[in-house]
Design a protein around this ligand. Structure first.
Ligand SMILES: CC(C)(COP(=O)(O)OP(=O)(O)OC[C@H]1O[C@@H](n2cnc3c(N)ncnc32)[C@H](O)[C@@H]1OP(=O)(O)O)[C@@H](O)C(=O)NCCC(=O)NCCS
Length: 378
């Protein structure tokens, strides 16, 4: 029985599911660009706040526009005390992505603009989400460790400010720059699963907090953003390069997916991995974690030779984040902090020119007309 005129492969592979002006990917040529600016150009030149502006507005910010955005992010840093109370009360051992998902959802309850769907209100809420996601992640980490929540220094840029409120230390220029680039590289990626989830929610004209909550739920999965945590756990567990190679071979032989490899769209190297590999090596040398880079490199060679699979964004971001001093179980949450820029850009774009996203399924079940079976005869 067929219910549709067009069928697709599993997982909507290759399906063009909507129009967007935000992000371009050519998976065969290994090209990624935001609003026409190639990711290598952005990684070499942009500050993350410029990328946020670019994703939201489509142009690079002029000095006054950038200053205004920075002020808006700084002034929206604080989260409602009810959300802080929730963060204090989460059960021990709660998964940070579950906490983040719930806390972001809670933000709507304390935002007077929550139900205002005007473009201005939605832009303001996007700014709040951008600033407050970082605050939630850092505040939760302090509360669970019993360390003092760090007040932000408004003179710091987004990247330095987050490392400061998370670790209590202001990063030096090298660490700040590395994290800034990592944020830029993770900012957007077209209709990846979480962004698609956000757009599907937006297309029902639900509020932006609901859209962001949908996205965080999708990012959490190990096939998506959850992979960066799995990568570092694997590297730390095996501990040395030879063992890492053996583990990778064993996983391949048993057809277990190795986290941080493969991609639905790229058939070449993921252009984000090109930068993260360099950062992993540089920061590893600097912080005494070069071993993680060397292990990663050996695993990459093994997986590439055996299966022709390339590392994706999550593979070298794992060792990069580790060297930046980010707690392992916050890796996916840190991905969410950056991707909030892309999610919100896509949500605002969806609102601007909306039509409900409602595809069909190819029905494979029983034919219609099954006779009813009384309870006693089942
Ligand atoms: C990203 C991912 C979900 C893409 O999935 P997909 O497009 O559905 O690709 P498939 O699962 O159909 O994989 C295609 C082939 O590559 C293999 N493959 C893909 N990723 C693999 C991995 N990480 N390790 C080992 N083999 C992998 C599959 O086993 C399959 O091989 P086969 O044709 O011999 O059966 C997948 O590569 C994956 O699970 N990677 C690990 C998780 C991860 O890093 N996610 C972050 C993505 S940015």
């Amino acid at each position: 029985m067929s219910t549709s005129t067009t069928t697709t492969g599993a997982g909507l592979e290759g399906v063009i599911a909507g129009e967007s002006e935000i992000c371009y990917i050519d998976g065969n040529a290994g090209i990624l660009s935001y609003r026409g600016y190639n990711i290598h150009t952005l990684a070499d030149n942009a500050k993350f706040e410029e990328v946020i502006y670019l994703l939201w507005h489509g142009t690079l910010p002029k000095p006054d526009e950038l200053a205004k955005l920075k002020r808006a992010l700084a002034s929206n840093h604080a989260i409602p005390f009810e959300v802080v109370a929730f963060l204090k009360g989460v059960p021990p051992g709660a998964a940070p992505m579950d906490v983040l998902r719930t806390a972001v959802s809670m933000l709507s309850l304390y935002d007077p603009l929550a139900r205002d769907m005007s473009p201005d209100a939605n832009a303001t809420k996007a700014t709040k989400l951008m600033a407050q996601t970082a605050t939630i992640v850092a505040t939760f980490d302090h509360l669970r460790k019993g360390t003092e929540v760090v007040a932000p220094d408004p003179s710091l840029g987004f990247a330095a400010s987050f490392l400061h409120i998370l670790t209590g230390k202001k990063p030096d220029d090298v660490m700040e720059h590395a994290f800034d680039v990592a944020l830029t590289l993770h900012a957007d990626h077209e209709l990846n699963a979480s962004t698609f989830a956000a757009r599907v929610t937006a297309a029902t004209l639900s509020d932006i907090y609901s859209c962001a909550t949908s996205a965080i739920g999708a990012l959490k999965g190990p096939l998506h953003g959850g992979a960066n945590e799995d990568v570092i756990k694997l590297l730390l567990e095996v501990g040395e390069a030879d063992k890492a190679v053996e583990r990778a071979k064993d996983m391949l032989a048993r057809k277990i997916k190795i986290p941080g490899f493969g991609h639905r769209v790229y058939r070449t190297e993921d252009p984000r991995a090109t930068h993260l590999r360099v950062m992993s090596e540089e920061l590893g040398k600097r912080t005494g974690h070069e071993n993680l880079f060397l292990m990663s490199q050996r695993v990459e060679k093994t997986v590439s030779e055996a299966k022709k699979l390339n590392p994706n964004v999550d593979f070298y971001s794992a060792s990069t984040y580790y060297s930046l001093g980010i707690p392992i179980d916050l890796f996916t949450s840190v991905f969410a902090i950056s991707r909030m820029s892309g999610w919100t850009a896509h949500i605002l774009e969806q609102y601007k020119n909306n039509r409900l996203i409602r595809p069909r399924a190819e029905y494979k079940g029983n034919p219609d007309g099954m006779p009813w079976i009384p309870m006693e005869k089942r």
